[in-house]
Design a binder for this molecule. Structure first.
Ligand code: ADP
Ligand code: ZN
Length: 345
């Protein structure tokens, strides 16, 4: 096991890499703990969870809603959870969001920790303290920034992660490489999803590198005044596409990154050859690079973009690439953006 400490303004988060699930008992008493997970994980890992109190919710992003939080709160009341209760979110990004948010508001806040089980949760959702729910069309509109006590990484959970969820998670890994780490980008070019799936050492190494990138960006700018915005690369358009076309998050972000590369070419002298490298890498990891449907719904995408919470005045802050591994925040006027979207979508 490899223990790291990640310092934030309000908390130091202990991170246990290369751990095994059974170590959880050493970190928190079974008496006080309540596991929040989803039905898929609860049924696959029923045996692992014997002896623990478990609240399971329905899986999927469509359940990342306030009504699910209300349901979990009712379950917590039923099992007489109190201020000493310690919530453990075990699952993908939906679970870390719901568990972290519920723990932050239940009795004005109880302790919580995560055991991320999807690639996306391991490299992204579990780190940085952002937890919350979607409201209708609007992703992550309501929530908190509150850090977990610890993160426990047991990579053996990945053995049961479906292929499409591996693919989705790699969108965030490629995002990290694009904005921060050219070496990581090259490592991804020189490997494949199969290489990482088949090699426990390679995936452990890759995940740790990505946690470090995310931690570094977040700790430099916890409240998103500047650098943290870079993590939204591909996400401004991505979120709009995800909503309109009902695509998985990673798929939508992949298309969003392609669009952001093209806008970077137009507005930021990002070399066309580098744009092509990003597109090739996304394709190599089985991610889509164009919208999957013939009928263009630019109008609807545009409406959602306008409502995006990142909108400020008559411009939207867009994350653009200078080169691979180096990104910048630039305001793009709505007028400019409309032209660009008509070109790239
Ligand atoms: P994400 O992690 O992509 O944000 P979710 O929390 O919705 O999103 O997880 C994606 C899907 O993968 C869900 O259906 C969830 O039940 C499933 N899942 C997550 N981790 C595992 C795992 N280790 N084994 C099997 N299924 C998993
Ligand atoms: Zn994302």
């Amino acid at each position: 096991m490899d223990k790291q400490h990640y310092k934030f303004s309000t908390k130091t988060v202990d991170c246990y890499f290369d751990a095994v699930f059974s170590f959880l008992e050493k970190l928190v008493s079974k008496e006080k703990a309540v596991i929040i997970t989803d039905d898929n994980i609860a049924s696959i890992y029923a045996e692992k969870f014997t002896g623990w109190k478990v609240i399971a919710i329905k899986p999927g992003e469509k359940n990342k809603q306030q009504s699910t939080v209300d349901h979990v709160i009712n379950q917590l009341i039923k099992i007489q959870a109190d201020r000493e209760t310690f919530i453990i979110g075990i699952g993908g990004g939906v679970i870390t969001d719901i568990a972290g948010y519920t723990a932050s508001v239940y009795m004005r806040g109880v302790k919580f920790a995560f055991v991320p089980t999807s690639i996306l949760a391991m490299v992204d959702a579990a780190i940085g303290g952002k937890n919350g729910v979607d409201v209708g069309m609007y992703k992550n509109l309501v929530g908190v920034i509150r850090h977990s006590e610890f993160l426990l990484y047991d990579y053996s959970f990945l053995k049961t992660l479906p292929q499409e969820e591996w693919i989705n998670g790699f969108a965030e890994i490629i995002k990290h490489a694009c904005i921060k780490d050219e070496k990581l980008f090259e490592r991804l070019e020189n490997n494949s999803l199969e290489n990482f799936r088949e090699s426990p050492e390679k995936i452990a190494d890759l995940i740790k590198r990505n946690v470090e990138i995310k931690y570094k960006v977040v700790s430099n700018d916890e409240f998103e005044a500047g650098e943290r915005k870079l993590l939204n690369f591909g996400h401004t358009l991505g979120h709009a596409i995800e909503n309109i076309y009902q695509l998985p998050h990673g798929n939508a972000v992949s298309i969003g990154m392609v669009a952001a590369c093209k806008i970077s070419e137009e507005m930021n002298d990002f070399p066309t050859v580098d744009s092509e490298r990003v597109i090739d890498l996304l394709k190599k990891y089985n991610l889509p690079v164009t919208l999957p449907f013939g009928e263009s719904r630019r109008g609807a995408v545009w409406e959602v973009l306008l409502m995006d919470k990142k909108k400020s005045g008559d411009a939207i802050n867009f994350i653009l690439l200078n080169k691979i591994g180096d990104a910048i925040v630039k305001p793009v006027s709505l007028h400019q953006l409309k032209d660009l979207i008509n070109q790239v979508l």
